[in-house]
Design a protein around this ligand. Structure first.
Ligand SMILES: O=C(O)C1=C[C@@H](OP(=O)(O)O)[C@@H](O)[C@H](O)C1
Ligand SMILES: C=C(OP(=O)(O)O)C(=O)O
Length: 429
């Protein structure tokens, strides 16, 4: 367990925003299913992505390091139609790995064990259990502990699924169904939350030659017997991570973000519009995006479509004039930790006026915060949000469990220091 002590200072400089974790998961999966070799570049080996790489290897994909990233050969998996092997896939703490690889592992008659750590065993999987029951797939798991054992295979046909628990279930089905030997349809039975991630899945599949048709926004048609055609792909910058530096900019730090694609489909690009709606200024020029310090004011933020940037937007609210209300964000409670509770407790420890609602937060902004001791709750996005909050604190900020950042952004503390952040990390044993 590590802790970090930060002496407040302004951040200044240019940052190469790390590659998108969500897009990297998808390119590894599509490449890993491909009939031939794909070359993927601009990869950051976070714990989550490592879990997906190892998971695809366990399913038979060959994934080798190259000078710019990885060469992936999925042919082995496709040839393995009749293999009855028992695989163990360790998802670590990655919800994306777990929910995207479960359906893929069931495109062949298969027997797989999914394991994980941290909060992963407590995060919902019921939508898949309902599908397993309909398809005669046997499954058993330890309550709250995962260790999910499944045996069987999915059949083509009609899939009805809720869209308001996690988009990852829909992404998982979309990735797997084209490989079945018949056509399928997915009907989403509720409003779709985190919709942008579904668009990312379909976009990546298209790059690998997979066609998903949509008639109405809640219906997807998937032809069977499709083939993932290998392709080469460089992963673009991650708006979920860029959001920390963009909010930092709006809070008065001077940071140029390189590597972000302004035309990206990533839902977390919404951070740009929210900064502007709160009175900040965002500029895109010369290959970078920068947000500028401003007297930002509170607003209402709907968290249903971009849950991952809500903790850092709460930091912006805590340091903006007036009241910021976060609404429709109940799903933050089923991430790596209960993120509503964690960011509320963390920011309050630093002196913010913030209160938890059942599915959101109410924040009355202050000009600056005091500083103090807060915990990441073993959640990368909480640790990084508190680090950015420190830039507007009067006194030192200590963040316990600071190592959590490695789930998505192992280089965060180095990058923070490269911008002039005065952070001292030490091991608590
Ligand atoms: O598919 C993805 O890459 C992700 C989907 C989102 O989850 P939900 O759909 O559960 O909101 C997001 O929170 C997660 O970090 C990554
Ligand atoms: C929730 C996250 O990831 P996952 O769902 O893949 O665990 C995240 O990265 O914030």
């Amino acid at each position: 367990m590590k802790s970090v002590k930060i002496m407040p200072s302004k951040l200044r400089g240019t940052i190469n925003v790390p590659p998108s974790k969500s897009m990297a998961h998808r390119v590894v999966i599509c490449g890993g299913l491909g009939a031939g070799k794909s070359s993927i570049s601009n990869i950051d080996l976070s714990d989550d992505l490592t879990a997906t790489i190892e998971g695809m290897r366990a399913l038979g994909s060959e994934i080798e390091k190259s000078s710019s990233g990885f060469i992936i050969n999925g042919a082995e998996f496709l040839d393995n139609a009749n293999a009855a092997f028992t695989n163990v896939i360790d998802c670590n703490e990655s919800g994306t790995t777990l929910r995207l690889l479960i359906p893929i592992s069931l495109t062949k008659e298969n027997s797989v064990v999914f394991t994980g750590r941290g909060n992963l065993g407590k995060r919902p999987l019921d939508l898949y259990y309902e599908i397993f029951e309909k398809h005669g797939i046997s499954y058993e798991y330890e309550k709250d502990g995962l260790n999910l054992k499944i045996k069987g295979s999915m059949k083509p046909g009609e899939y009805k699924i809720r869209g308001d628990i996690s988009s990852q279930f829909i992404s998982g089905l979309l990735l797997a169904l084209p490989l079945l030997d018949g056509d399928s349809k997915i009907t989403v039975t509720t409003d779709m939350e985190s919709r942008g991630y579904i668009d990312l899945t379909i976009d990546m599949q298209k790059r690998f030659g997979i066609d998903i048709q949509q008639s109405k926004s809640r219906e997807f048609y998937i032809k069977g017997r499709q083939i993932y055609k290998p392709t080469d792909y460089a992963v673009e910058g991650d708006f979920s991570q860029g959001a920390f530096y963009l909010v930092a900019g709006a809070l008065g730090n001077d940071i140029k973000c390189k590597g972000l694609n302004i035309d990206s489909l990533q839902g977390d690009k919404a951070v740009l519009g929210i900064i502007e709606a709160m009175g900040g200024k965002v500029e895109t020029k010369g290959g970078y995006i920068q947000a500028y310090g401003a007297d930002t004011q509170g607003t209402v933020i709907d968290g249903s479509q971009f849950p991952d940037i809500i903790p850092i937007l709460a930091v912006l609210g805590a340091l903006s004039r007036g009241t910021t209300k976060i609404v429709n964000a109940g799903r933050l409670r089923i991430k790596e930790c209960d993120r509503l509770k964690a960011i509320c407790e963390g920011l309050r420890n630093l002196g913010a006026d913030i209160r938890e609602l059942e599915d959101g937060l109410i924040i009355n902004g202050r000009k600056s915060l005091d500083g103090g001791i807060a915990d990441s709750w073993n959640d990368h996005r909480i640790a990084m949000s508190l680090a950015i909050a420190s830039t507007r604190c009067k006194d030192a900020v200590t963040i316990r469990n600071s190592h959590a950042v490695k789930k998505s952004y192992p280089g965060f503390w180095n990058d923070f220091k490269s911008l002039g952040g005065n952070a001292d990390e030490w091991n608590m044993g």
